[in-house]
Ligand binder design. Structure first.
Ligand code: AMP
Ligand code: MG
Length: 470
C-alpha cells in the first residue's frame, strides 16, 4: 500500500487529529476486491488491523476535516467530519490518488453532541449505491469495505452500528472553501486553493488564470454529473453544499433513490418538506450551490470572471442531458428530436410508468414494427401508438441496434425495495442478499440470471419516504 498524508500534513491547520474508535464485535462482511486490487490494499484482516490495532498504519495520522455548508439554503459554519476520518491517501500504478475515509469512526471535535456513529442501514445503502453509480458510469465516490458490529446505535430505535471506508479523489466539498471564506481566513483559503490546484487540478495551473480555470472545471464537472443523474433518474436527496464534491462526483449518500414510478418532481427525503431537492430541481440547486462556492473565489476573481464561469453551467448541463437522453432512446443528438423525447417522458409521467424498466423496454423494442408490444404497458394506447409512429421512423433513420442501446439502458438499479430486503437480512446477520444484489449491480446492463432477480419495480408505496437519520 502506497500510503501518504498530503492533506493532513500540508493543511494541518484545517484538521484535527482523531483516532478511529472501534465498535464491539466488528466483522467485515463486505470488501471490494476489485478496488482493493487497483490500489494494492491489504486484505480484510490486515485492513482491520491497520485501522484498529495499536500502532496500525491507517490510524497513525487519521484526521477529521473542518468544513461548513449551506444546509437547505442556510449557512452552517459548525460542520466538519463529525463521524468520518481521513485515514490517508493511496495511489495506484497509474498515479491516481484516492482518499481512504472511514465513516462512523466515533466522535470528533465536529460531532456537535452526536454520537459519531453510523448505522448498518445507511452504511449498506451508501456502499451499494456508490458502486451502482460507478457501474452505471456516473461519477461517484467508491466503497472499499463495510464493517458491521454487535454494538447497538440508537436512532429512532436501536440499530446495529457499522462503518464503511469510502474512496474518492479527495473529500474536498464546496463547504470546505465556503468555510474559510465566510470565516474570513483568506490565508488558509488561499492555501486550500493552491493545494487543490497542485494535487487535484494541475492542468489548471497551466492556465493564465488558474483560479478561473478551477471554478470552470468544477462547474463543468458538476453539470455533467447532474446531467447523468437526470438521465438515469437518480435523486440525491440532500444536495447541501457540504455534500457536494469539487470533483463533480456523487457524494455523501443519504436518503437517495432512483425514481421508479416516474414523476418529475419526486422527493424521497422525508425531511425535505418544501421539495427543495426534488428530482427536477437538482440542476437548479447544483447551480445555486456553485454560486455559493463561487463566493470563495471572490478574492481571486472579478465578478465578471465568476459570472463567466457560472454561465457555463446551463448550456453544459442542457447539452449533456440532451445527449444522454437521446442516446438512451437511440436517436442522434439533434434538437429536432427533442419533442419526441419530451412526449415519451410525458407518456411515462402521465401513467407513472417505471422509469428504468420503460427505457429498457424501449431500447429492446423493434422499430420495424408498426405497432409495438410496449403499447400494452400503457392505459392510453392511442397516445402511445401515435407517439410510436413518429419515434420508430426517427429510430430507423438512426439505425442503432438494440444490442448497442441495451448498454445505455440498465436492467438493474438499486431499487429501494431490494435495498430494504438486503438491509433487513443484514441486520439479522445474513449478508447473502446484499452480496447477490451487488453481483447484479456490477453488471447493470446485462439481462441474465444474476440481474433478473433485481429488475422488478417496487410497489408505489415502497418508495414513500426515506429517513435522513443515519
Ligand atoms: P450528513 O447528513 O451525513 O451529510 O451529515 C451532516 C453533518 O452532520 C456532517 O458534518 C456530519 O459529520 C454530521 N453528522 C451526521 N451524523 C452524525 C453523527 N451520528 N455523529 C456526529 N456527527 C454527525
Ligand atoms: Mg454530509
Amino acid at each position: 500500500m502506497q500510503l501518504n498524508h498530503r492533506y493532513a500534513t500540508e493543511l494541518a491547520e484545517t484538521v484535527s487529529a482523531v483516532k478511529p474508535q472501534p465498535l464491539s464485535g466488528m466483522t467485515m462482511p463486505m470488501y471490494n476486491h476489485e478496488l482493493a486490487a487497483q490500489f494494492n490494499l491489504p486484505d480484510r484482516d490486515q485492513l482491520m488491523a491497520a485501522i484498529f490495532d495499536d500502532g496500525g498504519e491507517l490510524a497513525a495520522k487519521s484526521v477529521a476535516q473542518k468544513y461548513g455548508g449551506h444546509q437547505f439554503g442556510q449557512w452552517n459554519p459548525f460542520l466538519g467530519d463529525g463521524r468520518g476520518l481521513l485515514l490517508g491517501e493511496v495511489s495506484d500504478t497509474h498515479g491516481n490518488h484516492f482518499d481512504l475515509h472511514l465513516k462512523g469512526a466515533g466522535q470528533t471535535p465536529y460531532s456537535r453532541h452526536a454520537d459519531g456513529r453510523a448505522v448498518l442501514r445507511s452504511t449498506l445503502r451508501e456502499y451499494i449505491a456508490s458502486e451502482a453509480l460507478h457501474y452505471l458510469r456516473i461519477p461517484t465516490s467508491r466503497a472499499l469495505c463495510l464493517i458491521t458490529s454487535e454494538q447497538s446505535i440508537v436512532r429512532e430505535l436501536p440499530e446495529p452500528g457499522a462503518m464503511m471506508i469510502r474512496m474518492a479523489s479527495s473529500h474536498l466539498r464546496f463547504g470546505h472553501f465556503e468555510y474559510y471564506y465566510h470565516n474570513k481566513q483568506q490565508d488558509t483559503l488561499d492555501k486550500l486553493m493552491q493545494y487543490t490546484l497542485t494535487h487535484h487540478f494541475p492542468e489548471c495551473l497551466q492556465d493564465a488564470n488558474p483560479h478561473k480555470a478551477l471554478l470552470t472545471a468544477i462547474t463543468l464537472r458538476t453539470a455533467r454529473m447532474v446531467a447523468l443523474w437526470q438521465a438515469y433518474g437518480f435523486v440525491h436527496g440532500v444536495m447541501n453544499t457540504d455534500n457536494m464534491s469539487i470533483h463533480g462526483i456523487t457524494f455523501d449518500y443519504g436518503p437517495y433513490a432512483f425514481i421508479e414510478h416516474f414523476q418529475s418532481d419526486a422527493v424521497f427525503n422525508h425531511s425535505d418538506y418544501e421539495g427543495r431537492y426534488a428530482f427536477d430541481r437538482q440542476p437548479g440547486i447544483a447551480l445555486w450551490n456553485l454560486n455559493a462556492l463561487a463566493y470563495a473565489f471572490s478574492g481571486h476573481l472579478s465578478t465578471d470572471d465568476i459570472r463567466a464561469c457560472l454561465t457555463l453551467f446551463e448550456p453544459t448541463f442542457l447539452s449533456q442531458y440532451r445527449h444522454q437522453m437521446l442516446s438512451r432512446i437511440g436517436l442522434d443528438d439533434n434538437p429536432e428530436h427533442e419533442n419526441c423525447l419530451n412526449t415519451w417522458l410525458s407518456l411515462l409521467s402521465a401513467e407513472k410508468r417505471d422509469y428504468t424498466e420503460s427505457f429498457r423496454q424501449l431500447a429492446m423494442a423493434e422499430p420495424q414494427q408498426p405497432t409495438s408490444p410496449l403499447r400494452d404497458q400503457f392505459v392510453d394506447r392511442e397516445a402511445f401508438d401515435k407517439w410510436w409512429q413518429d419515434y420508430r421512423q426517427r429510430r430507423l433513420a438512426t439505425g442503432i441496434s438494440a444490442n448497442e442501446l441495451s448498454q445505455l439502458n440498465p436492467v438493474v438499479i438499486p431499487r429501494t425495495h431490494y435495498l430494504q430486503s438486503a438491509i433487513e437480512a443484514a441486520e439479522q446477520g445474513d449478508f447473502s442478499p446484499a452480496h447477490r444484489l451487488m453481483d447484479a449491480i456490477r453488471q447493470p446492463f446485462d439481462d441474465n440470471e444474476v440481474t433478473r432477480d433485481f429488475k422488478k419495480p417496487g410497489p408505489a408505496s415502497s418508495q414513500g419516504s426515506l429517513s435522513c437519520s443515519s
